[in-house]
Structure formats: C-alpha cells, structure tokens
Ligand binder design. Structure first.
Ligand SMILES: [Zn+2]
Length: 482
C-alpha cells in the first residue's frame, strides 16, 4: 500500500498487510512472556535489552505507589505522535505481551522492512507497557492504593494516573491506544460468538457527540476491524460507549488525542490469550500503518457503527433442558455455570472455583461448552462420609469411582497445614466436621450428578467441570477444598 493508492484499494491492501503481520508474529514473539501472570520483574530485563538497541530511547518515566519503575519507550522519528499504554489494570496483561512483540518487530530487518520503515518514518511512538506494576504483582485490577486508575483521570490521586496525564500533556499525541482486557463472558452482539477483541472510540461527553478527534479514532477502528475479520470473523465487538467522566479514555479523547480502546476478551481454547496476543499485535500494527498513511480516512463511520456491541451472554458451561425435582416440583431448567479464576497464593498460578450464575430459560444465552441434558435428571452431589486418612489416599481412580456412585465431595481426617494445589484434586475435599450442601442454588458451586432414566450416573459436574462418565476424564478437571 502507498499513498498513491486510490481509496478503494486501501481496504484490500490493509487486509493483505494484516495477513503478513499475523503470519509472521511468531518471529517477533517475546518468548519470556508465555502466560498472563508475569510481573514487573519479568519485564525489567526485557526493557534493559531494549535500552541496548539504537532504535529505541528508553527512560524511567515515573514510579508506582510501591516504587516500581514505569518505563517510556520511544521509537520512530515521524511527525505524527502516537502514545500506547497497557495494563493500567494489573490483571489485564494481554496487550503488554503484544507490545513487546511489536517492539521486536520494529527492531528487526526482514521482508517486512517496508512496513516498519513506513511506521517509523511517519510516526513517533511513545510506549508505556504495564502502567500499573503493583496491580500486576498481585494480579489485581487496582493499584496499591486500592484505586481504579480508570476512575482517577480527574483527581489524579495515584502516581500512575498522574504520570499518564503528564505524558499525554507533554507529547500531545494525535492518537492514543488504550489497551485493556475485558471479561471473557462477552459476546459480539446477540450471537454465540465471544467478543474476542472489542474496540471503542470513547465518548467525550454524555451526548456521545462525534467531533473530528473521535471520528479519526472511529475510522481507524473500522480499519482494524476490517483486518481482524479475516482471523476471527464475527468475534469483534464494541465496548459500551456510555460516557464515564472519570475514565482516562474518555478524558484523553476530550483533551484532543484520538483514543482507540482495545479490549482483549475471550476465545475458546485460548485460556492464556496467546492467540489474542497475536491478534493485538496484528490489529495495533495495522492501525499504526493506517495512521502513518492517513489511510484510516478511507474507512467510513458506518464501518464503525456496524461493529456489534458487547453483550454479556456467555457462560463457561450451559446445561440445557435438565430435569430437576425439588420439594415434589418437577421442572425443566437450563443452568449457566462459570468457572471463576482464583489466584494461587503467590499470584503466579490459579485454580477454578465454580458458581451457578443462571437458572431457568437460557435460550438467549450461550456456553463456551454446552451439554444437552434432555432426558437426564440433576441431583445434588453427595458427600462421602467415611473419611479417608489423608489426601495421599485420594487417587484419581478413587475419585472416578466415587463420582460414578454420585459423590462429589470426600471427607479427609488429616488435612495438611499447607493446602495442596487444588488442580490435583479429583474430587472436592473437606474436613470431617464441615457441613456441605450441594443443592442447586444461584451463586453456589456446581457439584451435581446427571442421572439417566435408569437412575444411573451419566455425567458428573464437579466444581463446574463436566465428566462424561462413559468417556475419558477431561483434561481440565479438578475439585476444590471446602
Ligand atoms: Zn481495564
């Protein structure tokens, strides 16, 4: 693509460029970042390596509440300034990984030289990866003051917020990329497809007016969507554009920088979001190219308007048409179950803890995993009352045997002082005296047996995971400690 292209060629050309970026991503992927729970100490050596490269100017731009360095990396010499910041919410790390990949891309020499040269000649990039390193340390949204940075754009009580505002005012970038993660339970509109990437050109007022600043962001997003549709058709959505007066995106838009919000959502089979990282890399670089070329102008606002809105219509598991009898009342239900991530004590790993989040007619909702339970009856999982001595006695064979007999929890006489990693438990575990109730109830854990017409256990639902008792044990399947 070059500036002499007529507008009608730009959509096809940017798709082709997106293909090249997408398929070469592996060459630039920062191999030290492999999952979402990395921390400040993991990115410091990566930034020190960048410091050695002549392509970049690296500086410590400021510090977090707990004194961690927040870095600013400058690249390119162009007249259009673009600022990109990630992870203002500590537990939203996907784009931080993509930014390191993007930096590696900029620093290479290969057959994509024309693309990177164009970006670096036309743009000056100001990149702030991991704006909230204290939150990343604990894998929490908020910073060490307990403040949500994205509600601190006006008061600026957090040093991290103050820094972001100061950098914005210092450089006055034409464009800003505000990089987040969103819930994996969003769908793209009223479909069953997850909103794997969502965009937003935030509104700068309650009336959601569109001025030239916001319009530029909308057109660029239309172009980025056009690129992504090739890889995740129907899985791009728009975040709600209700104006939030305290949020950074909304204010930075108001202050005159065209803000492109990118939210990394969910995708089936990508729990650590490594494919979504690749999509971020592709979308952000495509967006930068469109800006460098002024080619975003080739995309109409209708392209932005057409992107469906996020709907919270997804669950991890939906059981359909299951029979349930309680107090003599015979009902047919759908049940929506989520498997919430609970941080392991060191914040480096996590386990799942289930919750029933919907009961009733779920015909408008969808599951990453669905089970047609027609003809099956749900009964609460039972507690195996005869305690075993220790967790060492709880083998996966014993777990499978007890599940097939309708038990989802076992009592253990001697629980260890340091509790084990729950991901190793083939059944829920509890002590000898606790009271356990696996009745079906909203917001309670999902531990059920689905019985067939012959009253035989057909499926076990343990901690929100489904086990077809006539098949193999699922790969991801574990109980928890009560
Ligand atoms: Zn966020």
């Amino acid at each position: 693509m070059n500036t002499t292209s007529s507008n009608s060629n730009i959509p096809a050309a940017i798709q082709e460029l997106g293909q090249q970026l997408y398929h070469s991503h592996h060459k630039y992927k920062e191999s030290a970042l492999r999952h979402r729970r990395f921390r400040h100490r993991d990115i410091v050596p990566l930034i020190e390596q960048l410091q050695e490269q002549s392509a970049f100017e690296v500086q410590v731009a400021g510090h977090s509440v707990q004194g961690r360095s927040i870095y600013l990396i400058k690249a390119g010499t162009g007249k259009t300034k673009v600022m990109l910041w990630s992870q203002m919410h500590g537990d939203e790390p996907t784009a931080t990984m993509a930014l390191f990949d993007l930096l590696h891309f900029l620093n290479q020499t290969d057959e994509l030289d024309a693309i990177r040269k164009h970006i670096l000649e036309h743009l000056t990039l100001y990149i702030v990866p991991m704006l909230n390193p204290d939150g990343a340390e604990m894998y929490t949204r908020r910073n060490a003051l307990g403040i949500d940075m994205n509600r601190d754009a006006l008061r600026l009580q957090s040093p991290e917020s103050e820094l972001l505002k100061q950098l914005r005012d210092q450089f006055e970038p034409a464009f800003g990329f505000n990089l987040h993660d969103q819930s994996r339970y969003y769908t793209a509109g009223y479909t069953a497809r997850p909103a794997t990437i969502s965009f937003l050109a935030p509104a700068y007022d309650h009336a959601r007016n569109i001025n030239t600043v916001r319009e530029r962001a909308m057109r660029t997003i239309a172009g980025m969507d056009h690129v992504l549709q090739q890889f995740i058709p129907g899985q791009v959505a728009k975040f709600n554009d209700e104006h939030e007066p305290r949020a950074f995106g909304d204010n930075i838009q108001k202050w005159g920088t065209s803000v492109i919000l990118v939210e990394s959502g969910g995708q089936h089979g990508d729990p650590e979001k490594q494919h979504i990282r690749q999509l971020n890399f592709t979308a952000i670089l495509s967006g930068l190219y469109l800006i460098a070329e002024d080619a975003y102008k080739a995309f109409e606002l209708e392209g932005y308007d057409r992107i469906p809105e996020n709907q919270r219509h997804l669950y991890d598991l939906v059981l359909r048409h299951v029979r349930y009898i309680e107090n003599g009342r015979d009902t047919m239900l759908d049940i929506g179950i989520n498997r919430l991530e609970v941080d392991a004590p060191n914040h480096l790993g996590f386990y799942h803890s289930s919750a029933v989040e919907e009961i009733g007619d779920m015909s408008v909702f969808h599951g990453y995993e669905e089970l047609d339970a027609s003809g099956l009856t749900l009964v609460p999982g039972k507690v195996y009352e005869q305690p075993i001595d220790s967790l060492d006695d709880l083998t996966s064979e014993l777990g499978a045997e007890l599940l097939s007999q309708g038990f989802t929890t076992i009592r253990v006489k001697h629980l260890p002082g340091v509790l084990p990693d729950p991901t190793s438990l083939p059944l829920n575990v509890t002590g000898i005296a606790s009271i356990v109730n696996h009745q079906l109830a909203l917001d309670e854990p999902a531990n059920f047996i689905l019985k067939d017409a012959q009253d035989q256990a057909r499926y076990a639902v343990l901690n929100g995971f489904v086990y077809d008792l006539q098949g193999d044990r699922p790969e991801l399947f574990h109980g928890i400690l009560h």
